[in-house]
Design a binder for this molecule. Sequence first.
Ligand SMILES: Cc1cc2nc3c(=O)[nH]c(=O)nc-3n(C[C@H](O)[C@H](O)[C@H](O)COP(=O)(O)O)c2cc1C
Length: 191
Amino acid sequence: MKKMLAILASPRTEGNAATMLDIAVGMARQKGCEVTYVDLYQKNIAWCRGCMACKQTRSCVVEDDVKDIERNLKECDLAAVASPTYFANVPAPLKNVFDRLVGAVMDDNGGMIPKPLLSHEQKYLVLVTCSTPPPFDRLGGQSTGTVKAIKEFFHTSGMKRAGTVVFAGTKGKCAVPLGVAKKIEFIMEKI
Ligand SMILES: Cc1cc2nc3c(=O)[nH]c(=O)nc-3n(C[C@H](O)[C@H](O)[C@H](O)COP(=O)(O)O)c2cc1C
């Protein structure tokens, strides 16, 4: 059975990012995947101390909920991250998880080019929301900033992108447009 790690990086558990993730999770479950759902805002995750100990241990030396995320990330076939855009980037809790996982996902002890520690057989799905409407979400570097930050983490880890879906112009909208839902379903169908 395939394993999916689903990470909600929004405090709004009934918001648009959450709905997008629910669509992907629903499809995964339909296909028989085992899903681990992580609501980041409900987790006990300390700040990255920048101590760099993880460069030797290949795992953060702080014991908290990030350990479960690390284990699930290493074991998953698909990681889906649903994130709103906060100041043209990911929200702080998600950035912090990326920072806490640096030693677990890349090895840069051997020189200039970091060695990915995860597998290219593993895939990731990027789901992003932002209030800036299209095309200004891209022209103004809003959703693109968020997508870039998520891709940077997974690409450096060695994982392969399954797809990216952006719901731009969320202001005043409490439902995910059909076109956005269809894009998620299309990507999940192929996994
Ligand atoms: C602190 C904060 C910063 C935000 N910064 C941006 C931004 O830089 N660009 C943007 O388009 N939307 C920004 N937004 C709007 C959210 O990305 C948007 O409302 C998103 O859809 C909300 O999350 P949800 O999808 O979980 O409901 C910001 C919202 C908050 C709360």
